[in-house]
Design a protein around this ligand. Structure first.
Ligand SMILES: [Zn+2]
Length: 316
C-alpha cells in the first residue's frame, strides 16, 4: 500500500471534513462468552510465514507459502477456495496470482468479510540504503501480520463456534504498485472484486488488516474508510481493544479496501499510520528491516480481540 496524494492535501491540514476527535478509544473487555484472543499464537503464525522468506509472486517461496496457508485454513474453515487468475502489473507484465479464501458457516446469511494481503513487495524501495532498493521486503508487518491475526481468529472461531458467516480472503499481489498509480496496487483484490467467490456476494461489511504488528502501532480512522464506510469505522473503533486504536482522522491510504468499497461492499482499513513520518507509515515500511523483531504479540492480540468483539456484537 502507499499513502495517497490526498494525504498532503487533506490529512495534514485538517480539512473541514475531518472527524472531530472525541477521546482516545479506551480498552474494551473481552467479548462476552469468548476466550481472549491469543496474540502469542498469532505471532507464531506470523513468524511461520516469514520463515518461507519474502512471498513475492511467481517465486517458489510464494508457492510454498500458498500451500501452507491453504493447509492451515483447512484446519479451521468449513471450505477453502484457491482462486487463481492473471493480472496485469504496472512494471512486470502479466502475473499469475493466488487468492486464498477460507469460509466459516457457508450457509449463514449474515456474513462478515475479513481481508489481508499475503504477498510481499518485491522491492524495498523505501530503504534508507539505495543498494537495497531492488531487494525484496520480508513483510513481517506488511503482509504476514494481518494474515497471522486472521489465521488465529479462524482457529479460535473453530474452537468456540460462531453463528455468523465469516469469509477470510487472503489476497495476493497487493504490494507491486507504483506511486501515483492507484490501480497498480491491490491487484489480487481487484481480481476478486471482479470475480467474487460467490455470485452476488453481499456481506454486512468488510474489515481489512494491514501492518497490524508494530509495538507502537497507531490505528487512526483512515480517510477512505471514513468516506465509504464511516458507520463501520464508528462500530469497529467503539469496540476496539487496547490502546493502539485512536479516534482521530488518519490520512488516505491506497490499499485493498479501496477496491472493495468501489465494488459496493463497505470496508474499513485497520492500518498503522504515523503522523510523525514522511511516508505516513512506520520506519520499517518497504525496507529490508520489516522483520519479526519489529512485531509485537500484544499488538496482534489487540487487533484480534477487536475482531472478536465485532463478531460478538454482530451475533447479538
Ligand atoms: Zn506494502
Amino acid at each position: 500500500m502507499v499513502l495517497a496524494a490526498l494525504m498532503t492535501a487533506c490529512g495534514s491540514t485538517g480539512s473541514s471534513t475531518t472527524t472531530e476527535a472525541t477521546s482516545d478509544t479506551t480498552a474494551a473487555t473481552a467479548a462476552v462468552g469468548r476466550a481472549q484472543f491469543n496474540g502469542d499464537a498469532a505471532y507464531e503464525l506470523t513468524r511461520q510465514q516469514c520463515d518461507f522468506g519474502p512471498r513475492v509472486p511467481a517465486t517458489s517461496a510464494h508457492a510454498k507459502c500458498a500451500d501452507w496457508l491453504i493447509a492451515t485454513l483447512k484446519t479451521s474453515c468449513d471450505t477453502v477456495i484457491l482462486q487463481t487468475g492473471t493480472v496485469q502489473t504496472a512494471t512486470q507484465g502479466a502475473l499469475g496470482i493466488k487468492n486464498i479464501i477460507g469460509i466459516i458457516n457457508p450457509d449463514a446469511s449474515q456474513r462478515l468479510l475479513l481481508l489481508a494481503h499475503w504477498d510481499t513487495r518485491p522491492w524495498a524501495d523505501n530503504d534508507p540504503d539505495p543498494a537495497n532498493h531492488k531487494r525484496p521486503v520480508l513483510g513481517a508487518n506488511d503482509g504476514a501480520s494481518g494474515v497471522g491475526v486472521l489465521l488465529q481468529l479462524a482457529q479460535q472461531l473453530k474452537a468456540e463456534g460462531t453463528t455468523l458467516g465469516i469469509d477470510i480472503v487472503l489476497v495476493d499481489a497487493e504490494d507491486m504498485g507504483e506511486n501515483d498509480n492507484e490501480d497498480s496496487w491491490g491487484l489480487g483484490t481487484q481480481y476478486w472484486a471482479a470475480h467474487p467467490h460467490v455470485q452476488g456476494y453481499k456481506p454486512l461489511f468488510g474489515i481489512l488488516l494491514d501492518m497490524v504488528g508494530a509495538p507502537d502501532a497507531t490505528f487512526s480512522r483512515e480517510y477512505y474508510s471514513m468516506q465509504y464506510a464511516s458507520g463501520v469505522v464508528d462500530l469497529v473503533w467503539s469496540l476496539a481493544a487496547g490502546s493502539h486504536f485512536k479516534n482521530v482522522q488518519g490520512g488516505a491510504v491506497t490499499d485493498d479496501h479501496v477496491f472493495i468499497n468501489r465494488a459496493g461492499i463497505p470496508c474499513v482499513d485497520i492500518i498503522d499510520m504515523r503522523s510523525d513520518s514522511d511516508t505516513g507509515f512506520c520506519p520499517e515500511w518497504h525496507t529490508i528491516d520489516d522483520t519479526m523483531p519489529h512485531i509485537s504479540a500484544a499488538t496482534l492480540g489487540e487487533v484480534g480481540q477487536t475482531l472478536l468483539n465485532v463478531i460478538a456484537d454482530l451475533e447479538q
